[in-house]
Each structure stands twice: as C-alpha cells, then as structure tokens.
Design a protein around this ligand. Structure first.
Ligand SMILES: Cc1ncc(COP(=O)(O)O)c(C=O)c1O
Length: 465
C-alpha cells in the first residue's frame, strides 16, 4: 500500500477536530467517545485513513467524486496553470476565459435548448438561484408566481430557500418558520402500493396528486416544480414509466417551470451526461454541482433554457443575484479538466454499460431476509431494508437501530474495507451504493461481497425477531 501519512498522528487530528473543526451534520458531542475517522489520502476508488486503513468509497464520498481520486495531477496542473494566469476574477459585470469556455462546454452537453449557464458555488445555491430565476422570470412576464412544489423525502440543500423545499421534516424542524412553498407531493417509492396496481396506474395516481396539488395552491401562484430525475433521498427512486413525461405535460398545462435538480445525477451518475435526458424530463432549468468538477472544485451551475432566458436579455434587466465565488476561474479550470477526462474515459456510456451487471449483483441480495428491495440506475443504487418482521409486525425504532445501526452494518462493512451510507434517521432504511464512475469489476466484487457477508449476518438477527 502506498500511503503518505501526514506528520500529525491520528489522536492529534481527532483532538483538533473536536476542539476547532465543527463538522457538518455531525454529532459533535459524540466525538469524545467516537472520534471521527481522519482520511488522509485517496487512490482510485479507495480512501485511506490516518491509521493506514483502506476503504472502498462506495458512495463517491457525497455522491460527488465521479472521477475517483487518481486524477489529482491533471486537475492540479489545470488549477496551477490558472493560478499563474489569473487566480481570481468575478463573473459579474465582466468575465474571464474559463467561465466562457466552461459555460460553452456545459451547454453543449446539456439537453435540448438549455444553453445558458449561471455558475454557483454549490448544489444548494444552484437550487436557491433556480427558484429566484423562476420568480423573476414570471415577474418579467407580468405574473406574480412564487411557489415551488417539491417531493417528500427529497434533499435539495440547506440554505433557507432550498431547505424549505426539502421533503425531510427532521431536517427542517429546527429552522422553522421557513420560506412558504407550494407543498410537497409524493415521491415515486412504490413500496406499499396495492399489489394489483400496474405501473401505468401508479404513474397516473402520482400525476393526479401533482395536478390536484397545483389546483389547490392556485396554478397562477406556482412558479416551479422541482424534482430529481432519480431521487436520492428515500433510496434511488427511479421514476415509473411515463412519470417524467407526465410531469412535463402538467407543468405545460399550467405554465409552470419544471426544474430538474441534477446536483447528483448530472455528469454521468445515472449513465448519461444528464439524468433528465435519460428519463425524458425535458426540464426548463437544470441545477447541478458535484459531478461538474467531480468535487475537486467548489462549483455548481444553473442551466437555463432559451425560453426562460429570453426575458432576461431585454435591455435594462438584471438578475440581482450572485456571489463572489460563482464561476471562480480556478474552479472553472478544474471543472473543464474534469469534463475533458470524463469524455476521454467515456464515463457516462461506461456507467450505462455497468448498470446491468452491477445492478444484477446487487439485486441478488434481495434473497436475504432483511433486504426488501434493490433499485437504482447507473452507479446509483439503494438497498431498502425491511421495516416489518417476517410475521408482518412493524419493527420498533429500537429494533431498526439495532439491526441497521453502526454495530451490525457500518462497522462490519468498514472491517471489510467498504464505506457506504446507511440512512435510517430520515425516511426508510436504505443502504446507498454509489461508487465512483471509474469503478469496475474489482470494485463491484469487493462491494457486493462485503454487502452479502454483512447483510447475511443482519438477516440472521432479523429472522429471530
Ligand atoms: C439533489 C441535491 N440537491 C442539492 C444538494 C445540495 O448540494 P450542496 O451540498 O452542494 O449544497 C444535494 C446535496 O447532496 C443534493 O443531493
């Protein structure tokens, strides 16, 4: 193993973290008894901690390290060249070459007439900006529409606007009251629907609910419908046949903008440059971030279609929104290099080709008693775990925590050299499996064998309940 250890020891890092480094979404009080792991190096699809342990990064970190960890030299050279040329310039009144080039490359890859790229520093800020663009778009047309409809259990970011659109009540509760929205509609999780219901009927049921929600809100108050092509939170919810097209039709019927939050699904994750293209969503606006730079730079974007952009081109009109770091030249240079490498490796097509064989290996885990369902696309899968006993009784929260908590799942996976996200605190219990797009057969074998071992052990405990 080639591991470059830093000069600070693991305990020293952990102490520093405890004292000064306020981690995100983290229980800082728990650090005294469970100090955080300190990751010091990445190689390929693997992460190495300060004790020299090696883990397969089964989640691409936060669904973002699409290229994995072995392209630092090329990405770094691009950053260095840009630092030497122009380390910073804003993308406000004037611009710089890398923003122009990246916007053109992204517009070229984006579906349809989504030709106008507004850079941001993150996915949440892309969602925030998209909502403001939608509101302003209607104002420019003489309409006053402000509401946004989103879906249950969806995650869209943590700024107050994006947070208001999140469909996870636990994440919103501490910060209420939030920005008024148009409410949350069902996501596309089908578990629990009548066994006799066809996919077509399920789609119709979901679309009826969306239509009803818009009518209840008042169509002339609704600015946008926001959804991921494949929803991450809730467990890789692939839309049923006809759903995305049906949402598009409803949006058109009421003159509402359809916004695809592709913070995760853009740049290859589901086997296409953009998930909305694969699922025929035809959005008016796309928000993206993570894969744009494979998370090697702090950059996101809102990609806007010709129709939405047009009123902003009138003389004297400005979108009074922006930030210092949106379209930072070094971030743009790294994103350009990232896309160049992704094209060279033909990653979206490779991911699409991997989907069948990788998905089948995960699907085989459904034979284990504790596994309810496997679903997903590309390199974006979820294993949903049982919430009832074999005799049909609902598991208590304590039982779920025992079965799917660290002791039986996360730690045994780590012992087998695999890092994954197990989500049991908000929504249904799922193991998210989303390796870097450069993962191949060796990584799929490592992942699925570790999952089989661990979920077999969990199933033994589960079967006794
Ligand atoms: C679908 C979606 N939208 C928005 C966000 C927020 O992105 P960021 O953390 O870059 O603000 C995320 C983050 O995971 C996401 O998954």
């Amino acid at each position: 193993m080639t591991t470059t250890m830093n000069h600070i020891s693991t305990p020293a890092y952990q102490k520093t973290s405890d004292l000064n480094n306020w981690r995100h979404f983290a229980d800082m009080g728990a650090a005294a008894t469970a100090p955080p792991k300190v990751i010091v190096k990445g190689e390929g699809c693997y992460l190495i901690d300060s004790d020299g342990n090696r883990y397969l990064d089964g989640l691409s970190n936060l669904f973002c390290v699409n290229l994995g960890y072995s392209y630092g030299e090329e990405l770094g050279e691009a950053a260095l060249a840009q630092y030497k040329e122009l380390g910073y310039h804003s993308n406000w009144g004037s611009t710089h070459p890398r923003a122009v080039e990246l916007a053109s490359v992204v517009a070229e890859l984006a579906p349809g007439d989504l030709n106008h790229v507004y850079f941001t520093p993150s996915g949440g800020e892309s969602v925030e900006a998209a909502w403001k663009i939608a509101r302003k778009y209607y104002k420019l047309r003489g309409e006053n529409r402000w509401k946004a409809i989103s879906r249950q259990t969806a995650y869209h970011g943590t700024t107050l606007g994006a947070l208001s659109l999140i469909g996870i009540p636990e994440y919103r509760a501490d910060f209420e009251p939030l920005v008024p929205t148009g409410g949350k509609i069902r996501n596309t999780r089908r578990v629990g629907r009548p066994a006799a219901e066809t996919e077509e009927q399920f789609t119709a049921f979901l679309l009826d609910e969306l239509d009803f929600r818009i009518q209840a809100e008042g169509p002339d108050t609704v600015a946008m419908i926001l959804m991921e092509p494949v929803q991450n939170h809730g467990g890789m919810l692939v839309p049923p046949a006809g759903y995305s097209k049906g949402v598009r039709e409803i949006a058109d019927k009421y003159g509402i903008l359809l916004v695809a939050d592709e913070t995760i699904t853009a740049f290859g994750r589901v086997g296409a440059w953009f998930g909305s293209e694969r699922y025929e969503m035809e959005p008016d606006i796309i928000t993206c971030a993570k894969g744009l730079s494979s998370a090697h730079a702090v950059i996101g974007a809102v990609i806007v279609g010709d129709k939405v952009y047009e009123p902003f081109t009138a003389s004297g009109v400005s979108l009074l929104h922006g930030n210092t770091f949106g379209g930072h030249p070094v971030m743009c240079a790294v994103a350009l290099k990232n896309i160049e490498i992704m094209k060279r490796l033909d990653l979206p097509a490779t991911v699409l080709a991997n989907e069948g064989p990788f998905g089948a290996r995960l699907e085989a885990l459904t034979e284990l008693p504790a596994v309810l369902e496997v679903r997903g696309a590309g390199h974006f899968f979820a294993i949903e775990l049982m919430q009832t006993t074999q005799s049909g009784r609902s598991l208590t929260d304590a039982e779920k925590l025992h079965l799917y908590g660290d002791a039986l799942l996360a730690l045994p996976l780590e012992e087998r050299g695999v890092m994954l996200r197990i989500s049991i605190d908000a929504g249904d219990p799922v193991v998210c499996v989303s390796p870097p797009l450069v993962a191949g057969d060796a990584e799929f074998t490592h992942l699925t064998e570790a999952l089989r071992d661990v979920l077999t052990a969990v199933s033994t405990v589960y079967a006794d309940l």
